[in-house]
Design a protein around this ligand. Structure first.
Ligand code: HEM
Length: 256
């Protein structure tokens, strides 16, 4: 089969875009670490503001960086088998979920130790919604795509929903982080924020880096030439699976 030179040229750009996502993602994690570790006094698990500091770092690592990376695996490991990549996708999501839970326990623990009311802000509402939907998406994805026995057509029906909600939740997580950044700045440097305090500038740049990460990941995963291509062997296997799972279905030609 002849290869399309335009397509090959565009595939050549993919590693550069992937590298850009990693630079932006890691920069966001490091900047959050510096903000909380240096400007906000460091980390501890003692109910003080140092425990709060665990929250932004874990959220940026889990809900943003690892979440984004788990979406990218289908573009990065294009030559691996689909099952391997699916397992990697689910595994990175699982690590992201663990980081997210640690971050959530930290902020709820801090609030309860300091008698601060829970769940009053737009940030916390968006945050909890995104975490609940993230858990649902993970469990439903696991059932549909990794458990044997779910029919081919059911998987095919669910796939667009999984992709849509996956990207939607990623955008929601970045938006939530932006709300959290502004809220934290108003709490901690409210009076000097308007004077371009170094901490404020760092956190604003962190917000821009998070947006840059989101846009770059979004571009990579939505560019049609970079989408996952099923190999002829896998195509044959999935057709075999389709035949097997739908042999007895009432709307299949063999089923009646
Ligand atoms: C997707 C990422 C994030 C999620 C899902 C999230 C989720 C949450 C949730 C559910 C709460 C409420 C805790 C409670 O009521 O006891 C909260 C609190 C808080 N978060 Fe985040 N957060 C995220 C990222 C961040 C980031 C990056 C910052 C930046 C510093 C931040 C700053 C805060 C602050 C200041 C609070 C306490 C005030 C409040 O309840 O709104 N969050 N977060």
């Amino acid at each position: 089969m002849e290869s399309n030179p335009l397509e090959e040229h565009s595939l050549g750009l993919l590693p550069w875009f992937i590298a850009a996502t990693q630079i932006l993602g890691l920069a966001a994690v490091v900047m959050t670490g510096v903000w909380m570790g240096y400007y906000e006094g460091g980390f501890a698990w003692d109910g003080t503001s140092l425990e709060f500091n665990v929250h932004p770092l874990c959220m940026v690592i889990g809900m943003v960086f690892l979440y984004g990376d788990s979406i990218l695996v289908y573009r990065v490991f294009r030559n691996e088998s689909k099952t391997t990549v699916k397992i990697l996708h689910a595994a990175i999501h699982l690590v992201a979920l663990v980081a997210t839970i640690v971050g959530l326990v930290a902020v709820f623990g801090f609030h309860s130790a300091q008698n601060i009311p829970d769940m009053y802000s737009l940030h916390s509402w968006c945050g909890l919604i995104s975490i609940i939907l993230f858990c649902i998406q993970w469990v439903v994805g696991l059932i549909f795509f990794l458990f044997p026995g779910v029919s081919y057509s059911l998987r095919a029906c669910y796939r667009p929903l999984h992709v849509y909600f996956g990207l939607g939740l990623f955008i929601l997580a970045i938006g939530t982080s932006l709300l959290g950044i502004t809220e934290k700045l108003l709490f901690s440097i409210g009076s000097t924020y308007s004077k371009f305090a170094a901490e404020g500038v760092l956190a604003n740049v962190l917000g821009l880096v998070l947006i840059g990460f989101g846009l770059t990941v979004g571009y990579v995963v939505t560019r049609s030439e970079w989408k996952w291509i099923t190999s002829p062997e896998e195509e044959a296997l999935s057709m075999h699976f389709k035949t097997l799972t739908e042999r007895d279905s009432p709307d299949s030609p063999q089923g009646s």
